[in-house]
Write a protein that binds this ligand. Structure first.
Ligand code: FES
Length: 185
């Protein structure tokens, strides 16, 4: 238990490894064909108006191992990609019927493939970026994400479990182009 921003937080550090938290760049911006190596990481991204206008990106998932969380940028906002382990999926699905869900939705309704959770990393309260993607981040007792602005907690399905956030983290439009590649947007 640790106190952050005046709130007591349970850390779920089991299984966390340094390489669990990486940022990867999109494979390409489909509409403009920019090479992957030319795309800066989300933390330092300062895209031009042309890039901002791009509506879709492709992301290669092949290097993401079970338990890893990565962040890409889409339309100038972070998209969290998580390759969930079997234990993560089981834990999340076990909460599907939990009466404490603020925005009740089954885990299966939030993913296309249970192994891959893909969602917009912006808190649905006032738009802060929740913690949980990087090593050492507070995740909260549900093992997902913690918004430091006002203390909202999200679980491993991105469902809000403690407010004031009113709804689950949003899911962007995406399709699987293959087992290891998605297009977002
Ligand atoms: Fe996340 Fe307020 S912006 S809890």
């Amino acid at each position: 238990m640790e106190t952050i921003a005046g709130k007591e937080i349970d850390f779920d550090s089991a299984g966390i490894r340094r390489r669990d938290f990486i940022h990867i760049a999109p494979v390409s911006f489909a509409a403009v064909g920019v090479a992957a190596s030319a795309i800066p990481l989300v933390d330092s991204m300062n895209p031009s108006a042309d890039i901002l206008a791009v509506s879709s990106i492709e992301v290669d998932l092949s290097s993401i191992e079970p338990g890893q969380r990565v962040t890409v940028s889409w339309r100038n906002q972070p998209v969290f990609i998580v390759r969930r382990r079997a234990i993560d999926i089981a834990r999340t699905q076990a909460d599907d019927a939990n009466p404490g869900l603020i925005d009740p939705l089954s885990d299966s309704a939030r993913v296309q493939k249970s192994e891959w959770l893909i969602m917009i990393g912006v808190c649905t309260h006032l738009g802060c970026i929740p913690l949980g993607q990087k090593e050492g981040d507070a995740r909260g007792k549900y093992g997902g994400w913690f918004c430091p602005c006002h203390g909202s907690l999200y679980d491993l399905s991105g469902r809000v479990r403690r407010g004031p956030a009113p709804r689950n983290l949003d899911i962007p439009p995406y399709v699987f182009l293959s087992d290891t590649k998605i297009r977002i947007g």
